[in-house]
Write a protein that binds this ligand. Sequence first.
Ligand code: GAP
Length: 513
Amino acid sequence: MNNPQDHFKKVISHAKEYGFVFQSSEVYDGLSAVYDYGQNGVELKKNIRDYWWKAMVQMNTNIVGLDAAIFMHPTTWKASGHVDAFNDPLIDNKDSKKRYRADVLVENYCAKIEQKIEKEVKKAKKRFGNSFDEAEFLATNGRVLGYREKIDATLKRLGKSLGDEDFADVKTLIEELEIVDPVSGSRNWTDVKQFNLMFGTKLGASAESAMDLYLRPETAQGIFVNFLNVQKTGRMKIPFGIAQTGKAFRNEIVARQFIFRMREFEQMEMQFFIKPGTQSMWYDHWKQARLKWHLSLGMGESNYRFHNHEKLAHYADAAADIEFKFPFGFKELEGIHSRTDFDLSQHEKYAGKKLQFFDSEENKNYTPYVLETSIGLDRMFLAVFSNSLQEEALENNSSRTVLKIPSVLAPYKAAVLPLVKKDGLPEIAQTILKDLQWDFNVIYDEKDAVGRRYRRQDAIGTPFCVTVDHQTLEDNTVTLRYRDTMEQIRVEKKELSKIINQEVATKNWLNKL
Ligand code: GAP
């Protein structure tokens, strides 16, 4: 694989060229950090959503779904703390006039030291060969320990300054670390200021009577305010969860990494309501359960790691991210948050209504604690897409571009291709297509030489190509080509559905959990 930056550029151009992701309103030169999903992207996105929904909702009898509105009563956001505390610390460079998140500048500084550690490991691996013990090297090498100490001390100080809202110290830290503006190279920084990320809008016909609303910055609050509705109508007993997927909106200051950080994005969240005092156990449970879900997709165990938060959000008593190795390094993919009873208590206070559970075993009411899992669908899309895109050298000195998307998530499960556009082959291909369509999303292609059609399917990640040729007329067999190995086998038409299903069935993937 080429270097990570080149790979990331390839990811962005491939996503556009093959109908996965387009810049929003491109004809008007686009809208920053807003994207549209094309004909293949929408299928991949739906499959990721379905894979999550199956694992979280349909495979758990104590978790149910919800689809709350994007607009919510404005007091919701006062109660949740978003009006007062959903801020990012921003800093401007006076020379380039560019705006940055102060915490991200410091985190990027630490990421660079992390890269130095990786370099040391690589060098040592080369030097010591097979006898190299990476864990021991990391625990004992003086230079690595020095780097690690620097990272820990820096992040700890950042966490403390942000927690104390001591923004003067965040600026001092940036100055002490001699962080320069990546654009101008200068250290001419403004003070650090707070910036609220919520988008405002208005509800109502006339200016006088209009009500100020916010576009929701997370889907979670729709779940909290419906806690009792679902609990009572679903006769749910604690512990139980409510899950939903849907759009969220944030006026992000730094939004430069394609669909990694967007202003309009989709979340897949689950709030798990538990008995107070059990949060530590459930926190560990959901951390492991969610990591397993990721690992079931087979995208490489070493591409994931946990990052435990030093600085906790206003609602949490413990929090960790599942980070994924994106082309630009390890970054947050999913958050697992122990939210205590913060949200329900706040809504009780602001709405003046009880949001409690009657525990018949203990014969008492209490406000449940909440364990949250929250993953960005678009970020998951980027993780899958960037990990799957590969440039493969072939034996005849050529190469192919292939999207090795986990087949359960692939936009199309099979492509049906008549070898030529005559002799009755398209008609047979059409009957195969119609038959497979009942069970899978299948595509039909009869244009160009079959080799070129195979490449087109490789590029959009179709795991199987089914080719109808003259032999099919004689014995009802077709060629089945596998995307990943390019192996071709001869199978009977009637076997196709079974073979494809074996490879793509959600059950077979999730069963790895
Ligand atoms: N309800 C908790 C919550 O919203 P968060 O850590 O702010 O927590 C959860 O967001 C997940 O949503 C993140 O792990 C990330 O995957 C996704 N996410 C957050 N901001 C995003 C953005 N601007 N663009 C794309 N995805 C985003």
